[in-house]
Design a protein around this ligand. Structure first.
Ligand SMILES: Cc1ncc(COP(=O)(O)O)c(C=O)c1O
Length: 443
């Protein structure tokens, strides 16, 4: 058996950020230079402009930049006074931060199994997870597809609990025409480099339709200082820096084009896997999927992963252990078998390269190759030997192109302060957490 290629030797990596950089190099370099020359590294016009652009792009009235997607979740729950004694219902199958931030806030995560077709929290199982201590539901729009927000919103409305969207993987995705982040009390985005809109480091954003909620997050991310050096509440430092904001503003102009490129590759994969033993990811007809990941199910997943790695194709398992079985949550009392669909997903899922610079190339047009150039290998061909289609990672030159400006995104529903009746924070308060930590916890 040939040795496993090193990361550098990957012919088709899981993600190729160098190809993205080559595509927008001039604009990115200009943006970085602009910030360096301004020396406004913290706060300032780049942050304000990015917040406005992301709010508009996400059909939200307000956006508050912060240090990471994790902090976006943390600050949202903090602003809603979620703490000890409270339960937050979330998906059993997600990145760790979806549950870790609940615990960081002093509350308890309660897990709900996923819909095996979409990998998102199964709305039919949501009501059974409610107790008298349920304070919020945090849905996760996994891999870039919104969960059933119609059903989830109706339940949260009926039960009068907060609703948070963990949209870390889903910026620009939609549910029945509404953008991820716009359908709840708080939407949370991550700008981790591998996201569809990725920074050159960490970054995050909280969006909301509610001015007061957004202001709470703004206050908490700046040590609760209003005005400077006057602290009525204790917050933290969770700022996005201006260099990241400037980079993200350049990338935001290309986001729709990139997400469409990902969706195009997904359609191609779907076609190539037709009739194979691989289970393709389901697209809900009510959703716009932005394919942060294209995740298949394969019965012999680990063998397939090794097989593809040998052929230079990068893949990843998101995620090998469901949240309810993580060691750190053992005290919650979950056991294997409690969330069968999440557990099956952890055994079977495999993310394939889907990035927009990955393009189709028919084997007939591939022609002779230079000996020094790495040979494109088709992930689908490795899975399905009969396939004649190959993928190629291309470095596009920085040529003029049609760009969808963030300001021109379809805004089907104008932002409103509230989409449904929320429970008032004041009426729901229980004084159970150190006031120094939870600024909004006392009447
Ligand atoms: C679903 C989900 N939630 C939260 C996060 C946390 O975001 P960050 O890495 O920016 O802190 C991530 C990041 O991967 C994520 O995928």
């Amino acid at each position: 058996m040939s040795p496993m290629p090193t990361r550098a030797a990957m012919t088709v990596p899981l993600l190729d950020l160098k190809a993205q950089y080559a595509d927008i190099l001039t604009d990115l370099d200009d943006a970085v230079r602009r910030v360096m020359e301004s020396t406004r590294f913290i706060g300032g016009p780049e942050i304000t402009a990015l917040e406005e652009e992301i709010a508009r792009y996400s059909q939200c009235a307000h956006a508050v930049a912060c240090a990471s997607g994790t902090d976006a979740l943390l600050l949202s729950m903090w602003a809603l006074d979620i703490g000890p004694g409270d339960e937050v219902i979330t998906s059993a199958y997600s990145f760790f931060a979806s549950a870790g931030t609940v615990v960081n806030n002093g509350a308890t995560p309660v897990f709900v199994d996923i819909d095996p077709r979409t990998f998102n929290l199964d709305a039919h199982k949501l009501e059974a997870a409610f107790t008298s201590r349920t304070k919020a539901v945090m849905v996760v729009h996994l891999y870039g597809q919104c969960c059933d927000m119609t059903a989830v919103r109706a339940i949260c409305h009926k039960r009068k609990v907060w609703l948070i969207e963990d949209a870390a993987q889903a910026i620009g995705s939609e549910w029945e025409g509404s953008r991820a982040g716009s359908m709840s009390d708080f939407g949370c985005f991550s700008f981790f480099p591998s996201k569809n809109l990725g920074a050159a480091g960490d970054g995050g954003m909280v969006v909301s339709q509610n001015a007061e909620f957004a202001e709470r997050v703004r206050l908490l991310r700046e040590h609760g200082a209003r005005p400077k050096y006057h602290h009525a509440v204790v917050g933290t430092n969770s700022r996005l820096d201006a260099l990241q904001a400037a980079i993200l503003r350049v990338k935001l102009r290309h986001l729709d084009r990139w997400s469409e490129g990902r969706a195009k590759n997904a359609t191609l994969y779907d076609r190539l896997f037709e009739g194979s033993s691989v289970t393709r990811p389901a697209r809900d007809a009510r959703a716009r999927h932005i394919y942060n990941q294209y995740v298949i199910r394969a019965p012999k997943r680990d063998a397939l992963k090794a097989h593809l790695a040998e052929r230079g194709i990068g893949t990843e398992v998101y995620y090998p252990i469901p949240l309810h079985l993580q060691k750190c949550f053992a005290s919650l009392g979950y056991k294997p078998g409690d969330m069968p669909h999440s557990e099956a997903a952890a055994r079977e899922t495999l993310a394939l390269p889907i990035y927009p610079e990955l393009t189709e190339e028919t084997s007939t047009s591939s022609g002779p190759r230079s000996a020094t150039r790495s040979r494109p290998i088709s992930p689908s061909a490795a899975l399905e030997p009969r396939s004649t289609t190959r993928f190629r990672s291309t470095y596009r030159s920085a040529s003029p192109r049609s760009v969808t400006s963030p300001g021109t995104c379809r805004t089907r529903k104008p932002p409103r302060a509230r989409r449904w009746r929320f429970r008032s924070t004041r009426s729901s308060r229980r004084s159970r957490f150190a006031m120094s930590h939870h600024p909004f916890g006392s009447s």
